[in-house]
Design a protein around this ligand. Structure first.
Ligand code: FAD
Length: 392
């Protein structure tokens, strides 16, 4: 066991860190100003240019297999990259990747949906959640009924990330009610790839963050048989796989953001003088800094363990739940303390802290709430699926 990054990992970390410092952080004031004025954070053209710059530096399709033009760096590298890029709130994403479940498509679907998504020509979204089924994903009501060579979809989805911009949605619908009931929701649902021009509508949902997901409405939307993704009646597992992938990623984002915030707090505490002394000399402030540093370090190890376990070909779901639960809560604790250390300034929109404060709240909700992660972790241990101390 060697608890340090390899030379290659260090090099990737350094390159991304330089990219963030040189290309992204200088745009932060523009982002804050645009958002204060109710405009998009950055023009789409600027984000595209940044993606191309990252591509020139070799960062394109970080987790995409080489046969699709990606760098295929693996999950550990992905964690390192995400932790670095999350040190800024500039809404940048590396190009060249697609949803994990799109790789289950057949050759035709790969040509029509996967490759254009990787190339940035098409945008996707994934829709499981419904107004009556969030945590309880087995309670979905959307139906797909076969009619000749087509399936007719009816129902509603909600809180769909990217649903306002997507060219197509991967939507989960009930295709066999009896099977759905008899298997307690595990079977009898199917994942459909549905182009926007097949007729679904989206509506922006305003949130406390700087972006909003969408509500989607399907009214007699006709989808050709060949647009079933994966197997008929087996879409539930695809849904779980899509959600599962994003879990430890939330923890990685929280670590990067918290590291940047903690540095801001340390810098500010050394400069801000009250009652004749910098606040950094007060124990009340030092303890907040110390607690934050310890929690960040703990979350980082959980994230790296989840990523390493997946790269090692092992099931990482238990660790992913831990990384998400702890990382999301750590991120919320740290941003709250950092805001407190900045006093009134922390509460203003001159600084990005209040923005991160609002964004961090989401980490405890999507991709499985805190309560659902706790339920999974406890169930794994009680049922003996995972043993205490199993991984190290
Ligand atoms: C901004 C945003 C983006 C999202 N993006 C997507 C997306 O792209 N695709 C998608 O399909 N979904 C998406 N979601 C949906 C998200 O995954 C759900 O909101 C989340 O899983 C919680 O579901 P819910 O909101 O229905 O809450 P509920 O399930 O109604 O839960 C309400 C409360 O009860 C608790 N609770 C529920 N069940 C239990 C239990 N058994 N024991 C104890 N407590 C329980 C929950 O933890 C929560 O605190 C997104 C949500 C948001 C807010």
């Amino acid at each position: 066991m060697y608890l340090r990054l390899t030379d290659e990992q260090k090099m990737v970390q350094k390159t991304i860190r330089r990219f963030v410092e040189k290309e992204l952080i200088p745009l932060e004031n523009d982002v804050l100003r645009n958002e204060r004025e109710g405009k998009p954070s950055l023009p789409a053209g600027t984000l595209k240019e940044l993606q191309l710059k990252a591509k020139e530096a070799g960062f394109w399709g970080i987790n995409t297999p080489e046969e699709y033009g990606g760098a295929d760096l693996g999950q550990m590298m992905m964690a390192i990259v995400l932790m670095e890029v999350s040190k800024t709130f500039v809404p940048f994403q590396f190009g060249g990747s697609a949803d994990n479940i799109l790789y289950y498509g057949n050759e035709e679907q790969k040509k029509k949906y996967l490759i254009p998504t990787i190339n940035g020509e098409k945008k996707s979204c994934f829709a499981m959640t419904e107004p009556g089924a969030g945590s309880d994903t087995r309670n979905i009501k959307m139906t797909a009924v076969k009619d000749g060579n087509e399936w007719v979809l009816n129902g509603e989805k909600t809180f769909i990330t990217g649903g306002n911009e997507a060219d197509f949605v991967m939507a989960i619908a009930i295709t066999d009610k009896e099977l759905h009931q008899s298997t307690h929701g595990r079977e009898g649902v199917t994942c459909f790839i549905v182009d926007r021009d097949m007729g679904w509508k989206s509506e922006y949902i305003h949130t406390m963050g700087e972006w909003g997901p969408a509500g989607l409405v399907f009214e007699n939307v006709r989808v050709p048989e060949e647009n079933i993704l994966g197997e008929l009646h087996k879409g539930y597992n695809l849904g779980l796989e899509w959600i599962g992938f994003a879990r430890w990623v939330v923890g990685a984002r929280a670590v990067g953001t918290a590291e940047r915030l903690l540095q801001m707090a340390i810098d500010y505490a050394k400069e801000r003088v009250t009652f004749g002394k910098p606040i950094a000399e007060r124990q009340a402030i030092q303890w907040q800094i110390a607690d934050s540093a310890v929690e960040i370090e703990a979350a980082k190890w959980l994230v790296l363990n989840a990523a390493f376990t997946l790269d090692n070909g092992e099931d990482n779901r238990h660790l992913a739940s831990m990384a998400k639960l702890y990382g999301a809560n750590m991120g919320n604790n740290v941003v709250d303390r950092v805001l407190q250390i900045h006093g009134g300034m922390g509460y203003t929109r001159e600084l990005p802290i209040e923005r991160w404060y609002r964004e961090a709240r989401l980490w405890r909700i999507y991709d499985g709430t805190d309560e659902i992660q706790r339920m999974i972790i406890a169930r794994n241990l009680i049922k003996g699926h995972v043993k205490i101390g199993q991984y190290v």
